[in-house]
Design a protein around this ligand. Sequence first.
Ligand SMILES: *[C@@H]1O[C@H](CO)[C@@H](O)[C@H](O)[C@H]1NC(C)=O
Ligand SMILES: *[C@@H]1O[C@H](CO)[C@@H](O)[C@H](O)[C@H]1NC(C)=O
Ligand SMILES: *[C@@H]1O[C@H](CO)[C@@H](O)[C@H](O)[C@H]1NC(C)=O
Ligand SMILES: *[C@@H]1O[C@H](CO)[C@@H](O)[C@H](O)[C@H]1NC(C)=O
Ligand SMILES: *[C@@H]1O[C@H](CO)[C@@H](O)[C@H](O)[C@H]1NC(C)=O
Ligand SMILES: *[C@@H]1O[C@H](CO)[C@@H](O)[C@H](O)[C@H]1NC(C)=O
Ligand SMILES: *[C@@H]1O[C@H](CO)[C@@H](O)[C@H](O)[C@H]1NC(C)=O
Ligand SMILES: *[C@@H]1O[C@H](CO)[C@@H](O)[C@H](O)[C@H]1NC(C)=O
Ligand SMILES: *[C@@H]1O[C@H](CO)[C@@H](O)[C@H](O)[C@H]1NC(C)=O
Ligand SMILES: *[C@@H]1O[C@H](CO)[C@@H](O)[C@H](O)[C@H]1NC(C)=O
Ligand SMILES: *[C@@H]1O[C@H](CO)[C@@H](O)[C@H](O)[C@H]1NC(C)=O
Ligand SMILES: *[C@@H]1O[C@H](CO)[C@@H](O)[C@H](O)[C@H]1NC(C)=O
Length: 790
Amino acid sequence: MSAIAPPILFLLFISFLGGRAQQITLGSSLSPTTPPTSWPSPSGLFKFGFYRQDTGFAIAIWLVGNESDTVVWTANRDDGLLSSNAKLQLTKDGSLLVQTEQGKEMPIADTTEASSASMLDSGNFVLYSKNSSVIWQSFDRPTDTILGGQRLSSEQQLISGSSRTNHSSGRFCLRMQGDGNLVLYPVNTLITPRDAYWASNTYGRPVTYFYLNDTGNLAFGNSSGVNYMYRGVSSAKINAIYRATLESDGIFRLYAHYEGVSSLEWEALDNTCKVKGFCGFNSYCTFNDDKPYCLCLPGFNYTDQNDMTLGCRRNFSESQCRGGKENAVLYYISEMESISWNDINLPLLSKRMPKEECSLSCLEDCNCAAASYKDGTCFMYELPLKYIIRDTSSTMMAFIKVGNKSLNHSNDTYGPEPSPILTTSISITSNKAIVKIVCLTLGFSLFLCSSIAVSIHLIYKIQVLKYKRLLDIGELGLTEEVTLRTFSYNELSRATNHFKEELGKGSFGAVYKGTLYRGRRVIAVKRLEKLVEEGEREFQAEMQAIGRTHHRNLVRLLGYCSEGSKRLLVYEYMSNGSLAKLLFGATRRLYWDERVRIALDIARGILYLHEECEAPIIHCDIKPENILMDEFWTAKISDFGLAKLLMPDQTRTFTGVRGTRGYLAPEWQKNTPISVKADVYSYGIVLLEILCCRKNLDVNVSEPEQILLASWVYKCFVAGELHKLVLGEDADKNVLENMVKVALWCIQDEPVLRPTMKSVIFMMEGITEVSIPPSPTDISLWALTTFPAS
Ligand SMILES: *[C@@H]1O[C@H](CO)[C@@H](O)[C@H](O)[C@H]1NC(C)=O
Ligand SMILES: *[C@@H]1O[C@H](CO)[C@@H](O)[C@H](O)[C@H]1NC(C)=O
Ligand SMILES: *[C@@H]1O[C@H](CO)[C@@H](O)[C@H](O)[C@H]1NC(C)=O
Ligand SMILES: *[C@@H]1O[C@H](CO)[C@@H](O)[C@H](O)[C@H]1NC(C)=O
Ligand SMILES: *[C@@H]1O[C@H](CO)[C@@H](O)[C@H](O)[C@H]1NC(C)=O
Ligand SMILES: *[C@@H]1O[C@H](CO)[C@@H](O)[C@H](O)[C@H]1NC(C)=O
Ligand SMILES: *[C@@H]1O[C@H](CO)[C@@H](O)[C@H](O)[C@H]1NC(C)=O
Ligand SMILES: *[C@@H]1O[C@H](CO)[C@@H](O)[C@H](O)[C@H]1NC(C)=O
Ligand SMILES: *[C@@H]1O[C@H](CO)[C@@H](O)[C@H](O)[C@H]1NC(C)=O
Ligand SMILES: *[C@@H]1O[C@H](CO)[C@@H](O)[C@H](O)[C@H]1NC(C)=O
Ligand SMILES: *[C@@H]1O[C@H](CO)[C@@H](O)[C@H](O)[C@H]1NC(C)=O
Ligand SMILES: *[C@@H]1O[C@H](CO)[C@@H](O)[C@H](O)[C@H]1NC(C)=O
């Protein structure tokens, strides 16, 4: 960031040689109350020094106006305000620092070799070295504003202020991305097009910086100069000063300051409601007298009565939800019309169905907080609900689930507490190193990954991404375009504290715990080690395919890194570990009901992979170690999609056995084509393990016939002694028998005999009858020969 681009240097040099800039010599100092309180530029239009803000002072650069000043840059903006006893010094040994009342010294510029400083007429405050070259300048560290002549380089960003008068970091950012696109996002989101609310649509252009020139033109350029004019004006105001600011309401605006007054020249959006995150979680944005307002959805109350933009939380109790028809007593659906829902991040499924069914499905599903309905398609959402607008031109309906029972504040939950993402501004500590890390974790180094990776990814993105379309709810569901975030290796290394905490070892490599956004988002980083060497393009394509999967029972892929031979996947973190741990290692045996629910959850996840997602995926390695539990005890399948995508004709043969012994279908050994039925087999084994809470192979058993679970279960089934499997448990006899029959069908030797996952679910839910399964032939033979010798 400290590299100074030649054109700016040149410009500075000219003004420096012109002798207009006033030299600030070593040993100079400023104080907040006794003059001098600031150092002015030669024209007096800009000042650098102590700026009064509320009850204290900030070190800032501001543009002097007739009535009010405009702050264009703030030093250490998140360090809090300074008292009137602070002192700003350009020390004798060449550092620029502020001394607080307590005597603490905080650097303003990260250099100790300055020999003079200048406040330039461009609004740039610069430090010079002995040989008169610029070694530090405020133009290199923009806060929320760029001025005429200033550029925003690749991977730099502007962060809005908290409010008009509070210049600490606020809730929105404008990023100059490595792909050439300039994009507005709410801060602390995952920085994917899902969260973007405005973009310059310049991705793919050979540009590396965004630039505001002295006559108010917004442009993009690269090392060979400005090459794309974004906003050109023919008649510029002579002598006006141009300023482009990301304001606290999330809109990027260009102003001209002329003779002490400012006028709005251009704005990125004219509808504040379209700023994602302008209204916090669980509220919607609407206009009243042309002013944007945030209102709570039915059944929600403001989190903070004094700031309506901070979002809302449920005002009813949710603890009794059990799902199904019973819910009609606990909840009702509140309908809203003219809704426009910009959240295409769908955790629950979207489906075509009649309107009444949409409303009812949401009512009966404990995970559904609200649904939207348009043109025959129903979308269901979990908490928190976000990016909702009420707009008379929209034909979308919303069904919001509201509880009858009031919330007893001393004893309940509000659903997931709104994470700080949209509700609090970020605070950055004074430590420069931490500031850097923060910036990086916010995504500065998004495109530090190898340039090849980036360009291939870009080509893909260019075709797939239509930021504008994402803004249009009408396209929702048809596009379902989701792009993963790319990370640099260094970023992930930092996020995981140099791969310190290992969560486990999967079949593809070790998994590490990490955090993003200063600890606010916990992630699991998988380092791929044993992947077949494959081309960059194939890898990107597979990542995109995995990225497009969205299901409640699948672990979500958030992004990846591909840097040379280093390949890492970033997943959401599952706080409650694996099913293996729960089944075989827990102190408490999982209750029967919980186990049945988990078994169904897994089946639904596999069904989605096989039949409901865009490109069918064979998991190839279904086992309890690959089933993870989130904090709400929802079972989610992980590691899917890595074993190559299924070819549409389903005849692809795999070279080499993948998967884990004990769960492998016999066809792996026979070298016959592998189909989705291989997963059904593995599921059957897992189902038996869930039902009986033990491993398929266990030598520590009372009778030798029990060593192999599958054959023992079949024996019990034939003998009508299934109760032996769940001794001392309160298991429903019919459910148990049903489940066992399903499992035995799943582990049939012959793939065609095994049911599809859809039939499995129908049978488990009791929708279709389960016939008597034949003996899973060779059960013992096959399983024993494939177990490691022990
Ligand atoms: C000035 O000094 C800096 C180091 O302080 C050096 O990098 C730069 O090349 C020098 N420039 C000139 C013109 O001598
Ligand atoms: C400015 O905003 C930040 C974050 O929103 C807050 O912590 C700080 O107290 C505010 N400062 C003033 C003076 O209101
Ligand atoms: C700003 O850009 C416009 C359009 O390229 C150009 O005509 C104008 O000369 C530029 N102004 C300055 C001061 O560079
Ligand atoms: C800069 O942009 C020009 C097009 O205006 C392009 O031909 C050139 O390759 C680009 N340079 C770099 C380094 O990307
Ligand atoms: C602002 O001040 C300047 C110089 O002090 C003056 O020329 C100009 O007319 C003033 N503008 C307004 C709107 O008062
Ligand atoms: C919850 O909020 C709704 C408005 O959204 C209100 O009608 C209802 O009375 C509230 N219920 C309770 C228990 O506060
Ligand atoms: C929610 O707000 C309504 C009025 O807006 C109030 O009557 C009710 O008590 C509030 N409920 C809770 C749980 O705060
Ligand atoms: C809950 O509300 C719905 C709709 O208002 C109503 O039909 C139902 O009887 C209510 N249930 C209870 C237990 O109050
Ligand atoms: C909330 O619950 C607590 C204990 O569970 C009880 O003491 C209190 O009276 C309840 N408050 C209301 C308003 O029901
Ligand atoms: C919350 O309420 C439930 C009953 O509804 C009770 O069993 C539980 O102890 C309560 N928890 C607290 C913290 O009061
Ligand atoms: C499961 O997650 C919850 C919430 O994070 C936590 O309180 C609980 O201790 C976890 N249980 C296990 C077994 O890790
Ligand atoms: C074998 O099982 C018994 C109880 O069934 C248990 O106490 C013992 O620890 C187990 N041994 C091993 C090696 O798991």
